[in-house]
Design a protein around this ligand. Sequence first.
Ligand SMILES: O=C(O)CCC(=O)C(=O)O
Length: 298
Amino acid sequence: MSDKRQRARVQGSWAKQLPKQPGPAAVVPNNQQPKGDQRGPASWGCGSQKTQTSFEFHQPSKPTREVPPEKVIEKAGDYQISHGPSGVSRLRLLPGFLPPEEADWMFSKLLAELPWSQKTNYRRGDAYDEPRLTCWYGELPYTYARSTMAPNTKWHPLLLTLREAIEQATGCSFNSLLCNLYRDGHDSIGWHSDDEASLGDQPCIASLSLGDTRMFSLRKQPLPEENGDYTYVERIRVPLGHGTLLLMSGATQDDWQHQVAKEYHDRGPRINLTFRTIYPEPEGHRAGTKLRFTAQQP
Ligand SMILES: O=C(O)CCC(=O)C(=O)O
């Protein structure tokens, strides 16, 4: 038990008040307790003095489980972040994928020219507005968090150029694009995996960032016996700056969740483009179904 909790237990308002004792404080370290004949007669309960109660304080034993230290990935490279029954989870980070001047120009153009809007999602029947703006490109609609985005089928020419460059750099092909605009540090995306059945098995997702740097966090899915408790899971942080490309592939969407949390200091706008491949939902299949159960939605 932590010191704080230990104190709260002893000091809690529900705790019975002990009669006030004269003399030294009740908590006496073991090595300072008087021994045998060093004790005065009062300690034996003789005479007119009341018996003193002493408590032994034992340092709580160290918790046997430790929260794993968070890792940070910020250098260019290919990373195998886990290896489990679903396979290897991979990240590839390419900071400076776009040179800064090119990235500046693209950021201004996309900010001004994409059809940004705020999507309404549903959680347990309640509607909520996403804390960011989005737009969706492709041939098919995209459903997540119980709401569907109609596709923009006519791609902005700059998005087509970027798609081609990213396909060449990654060796993956993409037929769709989710664009996110974080207007400031208060915009965010909550913990989720891109694991809707429409994205297929082990999708390859390429994420290009433009504008202010935001922290992209990943946390490992807990084992079934943890009952959805993420306390002891592995965590990784990846700062995503202007012009950075991040590729997630392998089992990353099966075994990890990701988020961009709110930040409470000054953050400027940021655009994130996530290229994916989307497949038609099978007949009789409810749109937006997850491949696994997840309690949270972005
Ligand atoms: O903004 C980002 O870097 C992440 C976006 C994201 O998680 C998503 O679109 O699914």
